[in-house]
Design a protein around this ligand. Structure first.
Ligand SMILES: Nc1ncnc2c1ncn2[C@@H]1O[C@H](COP(=O)(O)OP(=O)(O)OP(=O)(O)O)[C@@H](O)[C@H]1O
Ligand SMILES: [Mg+2]
Length: 301
């Protein structure tokens, strides 16, 4: 057996929020969405570049969009929506749930060598699991799944993440300078800064955030392949860099989430991939230690 192979946990839906304050996710009913991502039939898979013709920008890995249905029938959106999630976020009018598939076979060898990372896709899922466990609610539901890309080929492993349509949120690099300001004052900006510190995200450029354009501005975090890795000061970008430079005190809501989660980390961490778990014993790298650090200083490090 390949001893470097990361342990990938099964496809069962997680219950990481047990014991934490129940709350509505902006993405809908997380457990149900995870179940659909894990089990629904995949009707079609196409490259994201063929689906979104503008505003996609360059991406170093293969990024596909999958259309999910239940046995050829439209999905019953009411079964997995919530009061806070708009229906258009969850399915197309034909009844497909759309999800971003990033196959292991399409991961950039150059990027992996650059960050000394073996596999990106477990990090996508683990960033979501941590986000969910903390209650940050900035990472769209993400699972690990095998998907058949072509009829005559075997299914390949990768991460499958709820697709956020452009009508709901735009890539942050498309936001005007004036609007940008308003997003940097949101609580999501602080939550992403916290997440990036906890997961050592080395790739929080503008294209890896989505700006929610409705009446309440918000920011969504995507692309967590280059996380749980060695990070230098040069890699600190986006909200974390911004709040660190400004020495902004974190909002009580954010500190409250971290305080709540502190006692549950021993339950959450064993659900992560093995190489992420291994990092927890490196001094200064453990998520528990980092949460304590933020709670002591009240600021982003
Ligand atoms: N869940 C999502 N919802 C909506 N759009 C998405 C989602 N995930 C990815 N995208 C779009 O696809 C683009 C490429 O995806 P992603 O950033 O994950 O790829 P990547 O190859 O890892 O990028 P990079 O070059 O930053 O390493 C994103 O910039 C975004 O525009
Ligand atoms: Mg990206």
């Amino acid at each position: 057996m390949d001893k470097n192979r990361e342990t990938i946990f099964g496809t069962e839906p997680t219950r990481d929020t047990e014991g934490l304050t129940p709350r509505e996710s902006r993405f809908g009913d997380l457990e149900r969405i995870e179940t659909i991502l894990n089990t629904a039939d995949i009707a079609t898979v196409i490259s994201i570049d063929d689906y979104i013709l503008d505003a996609i920008g360059t991406h170093s890995n293969e990024v596909d969009i999958a259309f999910l249905q239940e046995k050829g029938k439209p999905l019953d959106v009411h079964a997995f929506s919530s009061n806070t999630a708009p229906l258009s976020l969850l399915k197309t009018k034909e009844g497909y749930l759309r999800a971003i598939f990033k196959p292991e076979s399409g991961e950039s060898a150059r990027r992996k060598a650059e960050f000394n990372i073996t596999r990106f896709y477990p990090r996508e899922r683990d960033a979501y699991r941590l986000d969910k466990a903390l209650g940050l609610d900035v990472v769209p539901p993400t699972v690990i799944r095998k998907v058949r890309l072509k009829d005559n080929q075997d299914a390949v492993l990768g991460s499958l993440q709820l697709f956020i349509p452009r009508e709901y949120a735009l890539p942050f690099n498309k936001i005007s300078r004036e609007d940008r300001e308003k997003y940097t004052r949101t609580i999501d900006w602080q939550k992403i800064a916290v997440l990036d510190y906890l997961i050592n995200n080395a790739d929080r450029k503008d294209a890896n955030m989505l700006a929610v354009t409705g009446s309440t501005p918000g920011v969504i975090a995507i692309d967590h392949g280059c996380s749980f890795c060695h990070i230098s000061n040069r890699d600190i970008m986006g909200p974390r860099l911004d709040l660190r430079l400004q020495k902004t005190p974190l909002d009580q809501e954010v500190l409250g989430l971290l305080r709540n989660a502190q006692n549950n980390m021993h339950r959450i961490l064993p659900r992560m991939s093995q190489d992420i778990l291994a990092r927890q014993s490196i001094p200064g790298e453990s998520i528990i230690e980092k949460i304590e650090h933020i709670l002591t200083s009240g600021m982003i490090v």
